[in-house]
Design a protein. Structure first.
Length: 486
């Protein structure tokens, strides 16, 4: 599957425009050219930021929350009307399965617009009646933060762009967005939908490009940007933080993870097995919430390793549009090289390769893509690089543990702290352990179950700030206190 596009252009002030150099958008499935993409130079980013600043003072700036919300619902309706086009764009860029794109990526993108539109309409603010000293009323109001720069990643391109864009617009901001250079197609299609929904020109602007000395850097450093929200690698987040420091821009970062799954002997074995399969290998492990570290209580360790090996070796790895496909390629051959370097490193560090550990050879055009074998390791020490560094591929290491406090200490001994999953039949243990995990999100007997109203984010090198529900509204708003003496 693919989209027939010869050139993907920037979207600035309500118009698609070509400027600067171009780069190739390559299929991770078979290496073919999907499109050429315009790369924004500093002048192009400047034009986009200026268009966004002008739009703040235009009709958009005088609209009510209800009017903003109504337009966001029109965007959601427009996405729904072009649902299969979005599916095709997402599948072509990422190589993920049709089933995942339909049931998760595009459906969630639509839900983001509707959810945050409705949350903005019903959001409450504070009101306090002061009686100490002089009597007064204090109440808060929300104002747009201004122009928000959105830098979104390649692993869930539309889902994570709309996760930021929808609340930013619902709060009355204008936006300059830069999608990953690996996955530019669905963002370009979204620009068409936003234009056709009647959102005023300049409210949403899209620039394509890379990071350093390209669109990402130009956007982060631009004086006309009031806040930056970014999802991606921790190293890139650190670079962006340095870039925005002089301008004191607010930032929201959702960064990397080295997440753990804990399986106790009293867990529903089949449910835990299926859950760890999902959390290790969904989208070839290219989700920041995936479990690369699996800890299994010693009493069931051997049984669990054997069962996971059997399930993994039975996975269907194929083209994304093949019915029943379980896993597709990595995002690019460059990322494949990175993942393969960890496969080699694990063996050097003393891992036992339970299954996998190499590339897949098909004997057809898929060999020009970026496929690797789903891989399971055992036997590594906790301080091995393969257990401390984020790999972002279809891999997990399984280690035995003996008691709660031991495994809590091992899970928390990490530079990352995004999420973990606990599989147990003991509800008291689940509550007790969840509170001790140094992460932003704990799942119990499930994985990747999300309510858009709840906070999302990590600790340590996994992020800064929270998004979701009122937490998103707070980040994308300037909150003003008004004090009136009675």
């Amino acid at each position: 599957m693919g989209i027939q596009v010869t050139e993907l252009r920037h979207f600035i002030a309500g118009e698609f425009t070509s400027a600067g150099k171009t780069f190739d958008n390559i299929s991770p499935v078979d290496g073919r050219l999907l499109a050429t993409v315009c790369e924004a130079d500093a002048a192009t980013v400047d034009a986009a930021v200026k268009a966004a600043r002008v739009a703040l003072k235009g009709p958009w700036g005088s609209m009510s929350v209800q009017q903003h919300a109504a337009l966001l619902h029109k965007v959601a309706d427009g996405m729904e009307a072009r649902f299969e086009e979005f599916v095709a764009a997402e599948v072509a860029d990422t190589g993920r399965s049709l089933q995942q794109a339909r049931t998760l990526d595009i459906a969630r993108g639509i839900a983001n617009f509707r959810t945050f539109a409705d949350l903005a309409k019903t959001a409450s603010t504070d009101l306090f009646q002061s009686t100490d000293g002089s009597a007064a009323l204090n109440y808060t109001i929300r104002k747009p933060k201004g122009v928000v720069g959105i830098i979104s990643p390649w692993n869930l391109p539309l889902l994570l762009l709309t996760w930021k864009l929808a609340p930013a617009l619902a709060c009355g901001n204008t936006v300059v967005a830069k999608p990953s250079e690996e996955t530019p197609s669905s963002a370009t299609l979204l620009a068409e939908v936003i234009r056709d929904a009647g959102i005023p020109a300049g409210v949403f602007n899209l620039v394509h490009g890379l990071g350093a000395n390209s669109a990402g850097e130009f956007l982060s450093k631009h004086d006309g940007i009031d806040a930056i929200t970014f999802t991606g690698e921790s190293k890139t987040g650190s670079t962006i933080m340095k870039a925005v420091a002089d301008g004191m821009k607010e930032v929201s970062f959702e960064l990397g993870g080295k997440n753990a799954a804990l399986v106790f002997a009293d867990a529903d074995f089949d449910a835990a097995l299926a859950g760890v399969m999902r959390s290790s290998f969904t989208h070839a492990g290219q989700i920041c919430l995936c479990s690369e570290r699996v800890y299994v209580e010693r009493a069931i360790f051997a049984r669990f390793v054997s069962a996971l090996k059997e399930k993994t070796e039975g996975m269907k790895i194929d083209y994304p549009d093949v019915p029943g496909v379980d896993m597709g390629p990595l995002i690019s051959r460059a990322h494949r090289d990175k993942v393969l370097s960890y496969y080699r490193l694990a063996e050097q560090e003393g891992a036992t390769v339970v299954t996998g550990g190499g590339i897949l050879v098909f004997g057809d055009r898929r060999d020009a893509g970026a496929y690797v074998q789903p891989t399971i390791w055992t036997g590594l020490p906790d301080d091995a690089r393969c257990l401390t560094e984020e790999i972002f591929g279809p891999v997990c290491h399984i280690a035995p543990f003996d008691d709660e406090q031991e495994v809590i200490a091992r899970v928390n001994h990490s530079d990352y702290g995004l999420a973990c999953a606990i599989w147990t039949g003991n509800l008291a243990r689940a509550h007790r352990m969840a509170a001790q995990m140094e992460v932003g999100l704990v799942w119990v007997n499930t994985w990747y179950l999300r309510d858009l109203r709840t906070p999302f984010g990590g600790v340590k090198r996994s992020g800064l700030g929270r998004e979701g529900g009122r937490h998103s509204l707070d980040f994308y708003s300037e909150i003003v206190n008004i004090c009136i003496k009675l």
